[in-house]
Design a binder for this molecule. Structure first.
Ligand code: ADP
Ligand code: MG
Length: 405
């Protein structure tokens, strides 16, 4: 009986083949320059592998959310092309994502030349998963490779529709690396397994927490969401951010954890201000926050408590910063957690756009086992939600034939 599974990029013959390579080159720009090239760096191993294997590579990526005509200039992949040039490729940037030029260009591409389609989202069919748009790409594609992990939770034309048109399809080395680490957290996290969570909203994180309620041994909560939980525990939180409609959800979750002997860590002190925009903070003595004060980061006692817990863990998954990490004075909690993640012997994974950014800013990123390049995609994956981008890559493969005597 045939089974559906993935083809291995290492087993495919790429020489002379036209490869449509979907990458996630959605990098932050400022004044027309790439200010953080992590995603470009993460994409290079697969790109290099394909070029060295003799493929004619057509690279495709989205960038931001273009809406107006003006955005066409602001969100052009030109600065990304510049970075790829610096990485040793001669980049031919097409003027539109649905350009038909690659059809001819691939016939005469030199060894180190690659084609880069302009921002996929300039084509309205991309986010609509248009079969028509995908068919245009399929016309000049022999093999489809997806290495855009951060976009795999979206059924867009370059992720889903095109994959279904190209029988020879697989994922690249970045997705392979992501799956290896995330699968370990999803399927057999080493115990004790803790989730460290923060960020802005309980409503965003509760599905993750609920889905791991059985599997995890404890939860450590920080960030703005901590105040909804502290309120649920009956503490006064001053003027800190609270999602009133989630207080009862938080209460139920805490009860569920505590009655099943799981550990719950909530902040025991905070850095507070009187005015959100002020950096002039004081540190509370305990967990209670006085009227008129807003908590913007966890305090030193909490840092110590959480660091100890992370030190004793078998594995830790972190999603959501501990404070308003964009402002240096309130990044301390997140920096300390990144340090704890780097120094523990536990298996450590970070998923989430802001948590990853906070960890990278902290300087401890290279000692964390895995920092996912896909915020939403990593959270959905570990919760067991099927990612359209991965599903579309599966192919029917015959069972291996058993050898006979
Ligand atoms: P991630 O992208 O890692 O999933 P989120 O997007 O959920 O994280 O949350 C990140 C945001 O949470 C940041 O912009 C940060 O400023 C905000 N945040 C963290 N702690 C607080 C706080 N105490 N008060 C207000 N905002 C906070
Ligand atoms: Mg975020």
């Amino acid at each position: 009986m045939a089974v559906t599974s993935f083809l291995d990029i290492r087993n495919l013959e790429f020489k002379g083949k036209r490869v449509f390579l979907r990458l996630d080159l959605n990098v932050p720009l400022k004044d027309g320059k790439v200010i953080d090239d992590n995603r470009i760096q993460a994409a290079l191993p697969t790109l290099r592998f394909l070029v060295e294997a003799g493929a004619k590579v057509i690279v495709a990526s989205h960038l931001g959310r273009p809406k107006t005509e003006e955005d066409r200039e602001k969100l052009s992949l030109e600065p990304v092309a510049h970075c790829l040039n610096q990485a040793g490729f001669e980049v031919l940037l097409m003027d539109s994502p649905d350009s038909e030029a690659p059809y001819e260009l691939t016939k005469s591409l030199d060894d180190h030349q690659i084609i880069l389609l302009e921002n996929l989202r300039f084509a309205p069919g991309e986010t609509k998963n248009s079969g028509e748009l995908a068919a245009k790409w399929a016309k000049y594609t022999d093999i489809y490779v997806n290495d855009a992990f951060g976009a795999c939770h979206r059924a867009h034309a370059s992720i889903d529709a095109i994959a279904k048109l190209i029988p020879t399809r697989c994922y690249g080395f970045l997705i392979e690396k992501e799956l290896k680490s995330l699968q370990e957290i999803k399927d057999h996290p080493k115990k004790p397994f803790y989730i460290l969570t923060g960020g802005s909203k309980v409503s965003d994180k509760i599905p993750l927490l609920e889905s791991f309620a059985e599997k995890m041994d404890g939860v450590l909560i920080g960030g703005a969401m901590a105040y909804t939980f502290l309120k649920a525990d009956g503490l006064s939180v001053g003027s800190s951010k609270v999602e009133e409609e989630f207080v009862s959800v938080a209460k139920k979750f805490l009860h569920r954890m505590r009655t099943s002997d799981k550990k719950v860590f909530l902040p025991v002190d905070h850095k507070v201000v009187k005015d959100f925009s002020s950096d002039d903070f004081t540190t509370t003595d305990g967990a209670t926050i006085q009227e008129g004060f807003i908590a913007l980061d966890i305090g030193p006692k909490t840092i110590k408590l959480y660091t100890e817990a992370i030190k004793d863990a078998g594995s830790v998954f972190w999603n959501g910063p501990m404070g308003v990490y964009e402002r240096k004075v309130f990044a301390e909690g997140s920096v300390a957690m990144a340090k704890a993640m780097a120094e523990t012997s536990a298996f450590t994974v970070i998923g989430g756009g802001d948590s990853a950014a906070a960890a990278i800013d902290s300087g401890y990123a290279d000692k964390v086992d895995h920092i996912s390049t896909g915020g939403g995609a990593s959270l959905e994956f570990i919760q067991g939600i099927k990612l359209p981008g991965l599903e579309a890559l599966k192919v029917r493969q015959p069972d291996p034939v058993e050898e006979r005597d």
